[in-house]
Design a protein around this ligand. Structure first.
Ligand code: ASP
Length: 320
C-alpha cells in the first residue's frame, strides 16, 4: 500500500549577508516559492514537480544568484548551472555552462527524464533546451553588469589578483553574496526530491563547475533518508560531498536539523582556514525539516500542512 504523507517543502535563496535594502524582496520571493511548491503537491504534484516549480520561480525573480539574477564570471559572461534529484528512483539531472536558458532547473529535469545521462553542459545542453522548446532570455542584463562592476572594483581594490579572492570575500561579504537557490520537498506519496540552481561564484573562472549541479555535493535526495540542498563555497561542498553527507547522517538516525548542523560543523573540522561558508536545508521522509548556516544569513522559507502560510526567515541555526 502506498504511504500517504502530508507535503512539506523547504526552499532557500542562498547563504550570505542580506542587508535590509534587498532582504524584503528576497523574503517575499522565498515565501512565494515555498507556497508555489507546496500548492503543486497539494494539488497532486510530486516532490520533483514541487522543487522544480519553486526553484524556477526564484530563478525568474532576479532577487538571487540564479536564473536572470546570476553572477557573472571573470570574463563577464553568465555560466548558469542547476540540478534536480528524485529520491524515489535516485534519478538525477544536471546542467552547467548555460548562458541564456531561462530556467536551468527545467533543463536539468529534461536531462533527468528525457536522456540517458545525468550531467550535460554547454553547447550540448543548450541544444537540448532548443529541442525541448525551453524558453531563452537575454544573456546578460544591466543589473547583472552593475553587480559585476561592483565585485570587480572590490576585487581590484584589495589585490588585483584572483588568489586573494578568499580574503576579499571575507572583507566584503556584502558584495560577494552567494545567493544560490534551492528546494527540498516531501510529497503526498512519501517521496522526497531536491533541486538547486545558481550563477556560480561571482568572478569564477570560465568553465568552473561548482557544487550546485554536482549530484551529492549541492543536491541529493533518497527516499531511504531525505533530501538536501546547499548554498556556499562550492569547492568545499564538493570536497565533502556535502548534500549526500547530510542524507547519510539522516539515514543513520539523525534529525534533519542535527544533520545539517553536523555537516556545517564538519566543514570547520575538515576544511578549516579557507573561505568555507555554507548554508544547508534538508527534509526527511517523515517530514521533519532542518536549516543551518555559517554565514550571517540564510534566506529561506518552509511550508507544511499545519501552517496557514509559509514562514520566511533570514536566519536559521547559526553554526560557529
Ligand atoms: N554554491 C555556489 C557555488 O559555489 C555558490 C552559492 O551557493 O551561491 O557555485
Amino acid at each position: 500500500m502506498r504511504k500517504t504523507c502530508k507535503p512539506v517543502i523547504v526552499v532557500h535563496g542562498g547563504a550570505g549577508t542580506w542587508d535590509s535594502a534587498r532582504s524584503q524582496a528576497a523574503l517575499k520571493s522565498v515565501k512565494e516559492a515555498a507556497e508555489t511548491g507546496f500548492n503543486t503537491m497539494h494539488t497532486g504534484g510530486t516532490a520533483v514537480d514541487a522543487v522544480v516549480e519553486a526553484v524556477a520561480l526564484m530563478e525568474d525573480s532576479g532577487n538571487f544568484n540564479a536564473g536572470c539574477g546570476s553572477a557573472l564570471n571573470v570574463e563577464k559572461r553568465v555560466e548558469m548551472e542547476a540540478s534536480v534529484m528524485d529520491g524515489a528512483t535516485l534519478q538525477a539531472g544536471a546542467v552547467g555552462l548555460l548562458s541564456d536558458v531561462r530556467n536551468p532547473v527545467r533543463l536539468a529535469r529534461v536531462v533527468m527524464e528525457k536522456t540517458d545521462h545525468v550531467f550535460v553542459v554547454g553547447k550540448g545542453a543548450e541544444e537540448l533546451a532548443q529541442i525541448f522548446g525551453l524558453e531563452r532570455r537575454e544573456a546578460v542584463t544591466a543589473a547583472q553588469l552593475e553587480r559585476y562592476e561592483a565585485q570587480l572594483k572590490s576585487l581590484l581594490a584589495g589585490s588585483g589578483y584572483l588568489p586573494r579572492l578568499a580574503d576579499l570575500v571575507k572583507a566584503h561579504p556584502e558584495v560577494f553574496q552567494l545567493e544560490t537557490v534551492g528546494a527540498v520537498a516531501l510529497d503526498n506519496s512519501g517521496n522526497v526530491a531536491a533541486a538547486t540552481s545558481t550563477g556560480g561564484f561571482p568572478l569564477k573562472l570560465a568553465g568552473r563547475i561548482g557544487d550546485s549541479p554536482s549530484i551529492g555535493c549541492g543536491t541529493y535526495a533518497d527516499n531511504r533518508s531525505g533530501a538536501c540542498s546547499a548554498s556556499g563555497v562550492g569547492e568545499v561542498a564538493i570536497r565533502l560531498v556535502l548534500a549526500k553527507t547530510v542524507c547519510d547522517y539522516i539515514g543513520q538516525g539523525e534529525s534533519p536539523q542535527k544533520a545539517v548542523e553536523a555537516a556545517v560543523a564538519l566543514i570547520k573540522e575538515r576544511i578549516p582556514n579557507v573561505y568555507n561558508v555554507m548554508g544547508l536545508i534538508a527534509v526527511d521522509v517523515n517530514g521533519r525539516i532542518g536549516a543551518a548556516h555559517s554565514t550571517a544569513n540564510l534566506c529561506w522559507a518552509y511550508m507544511t500542512a499545519a501552517l496557514e502560510e509559509p514562514v520566511a526567515l533570514l536566519k536559521a541555526k547559526f553554526v560557529e
